[in-house]
Design a protein. Structure first.
Ligand SMILES: CC(C)(COP(=O)(O)OP(=O)(O)OC[C@H]1O[C@@H](n2cnc3c(N)ncnc32)[C@H](O)[C@@H]1OP(=O)(O)O)[C@@H](O)C(=O)NCCC(=O)NCCS
Length: 205
């Protein structure tokens, strides 16, 4: 039940069409398919992975995860979602990323997790940074909104560290209709370009 950013942008018809096409293609991503359902179920069955994430298909079963993978794929064909898996050196599922995209608003959101043995390894900020870079440069959106549970210190540090602007709190809506209070951040493509040029010139955020 991802929600679009609080800031409302309006895409031109050409911009919207280009974003939908980029989402359908999703270059460089391994799209989750039926062959990944059992591994994703394993991944989510670990509360260290799934507890902080509000929009996963609970309770976790082969059927619920299978439906979620299929629904995500159907949304991708409309240009509105990318559910991707991260594979480790052995080709096993070591994490996932789900990009929710609102092409008519030139906006997107990102959720994801790493397998427990890959957490606390300093990959958090790099993961956020490379994902947002891909969303701005490859998907072509102009705005990204992110949320995290109030007590998710690792996500908050990674999102702050990537240069997002804190914009208070918002309600996140779970698929079962309940809500969760979340920290909320936004970043525009112009802010990202500015940050990147500062990094490239040796500065920080
Ligand atoms: C969120 C997640 C992807 C982060 O990846 P990670 O490799 O575990 O995170 P890192 O080790 O890079 O730590 C992220 C930041 O939190 C900081 N951090 C770690 N533990 C901390 C603590 N107890 N208190 C404060 N900061 C802490 C780290 O120093 C790092 O900050 P930095 O980039 O400024 O150095 C991973 O922990 C995960 O998958 N968690 C479960 C699912 C989840 O929470 N998903 C995100 C939902 S929004």
């Amino acid at each position: 039940m991802s929600s679009p950013p609080l800031t409302v942008l309006t895409a031109t018809p050409e911009e919207e069409a280009a974003i939908r096409e980029a989402v359908r293609k999703a270059p460089g991503r391994v799209i989750a398919g039926p062959e990944h359902v059992a591994a994703l179920l394993d991944l989510f069955s670990d509360p260290r992975v799934s507890d902080p994430i509000y929009d996963l298909p609970r309770p976790f079963t082969l059927e619920s995860v299978g439906n979620w993978v299929a629904e995500s794929r159907a949304l991708q064909l409309k240009g509105e979602c990318i559910l991707a898996v991260t594979l480790d050196e052995a080709g096993q599922v070591a994490g996932y990323s789900r990009f929710s995209v609102w092409p008519d608003r030139s906006s997107a959101e990102l959720a994801g997790a790493a397998r427990a043995d890959r957490q606390n390894t300093g990959r958090g900020r790099v993961g956020v940074t490379s994902s947002i870079s891909w969303m701005f440069d490859v998907l072509g959106v102009r705005l990204i909104g992110l949320t995290a549970a109030l007590d998710n210190v690792r996500s908050a540090a990674a999102i702050d560290g990537a240069g997002f602007t804190r914009m208070g709190e918002r309600e996140s809506h779970r698929p079962d209709g309940t809500t969760r209070r979340s920290l909320y951040w936004e970043m525009t493509r112009d802010q990202w370009a500015d940050l990147r040029s500062r990094y490239e010139n040796g500065g920080g955020p």
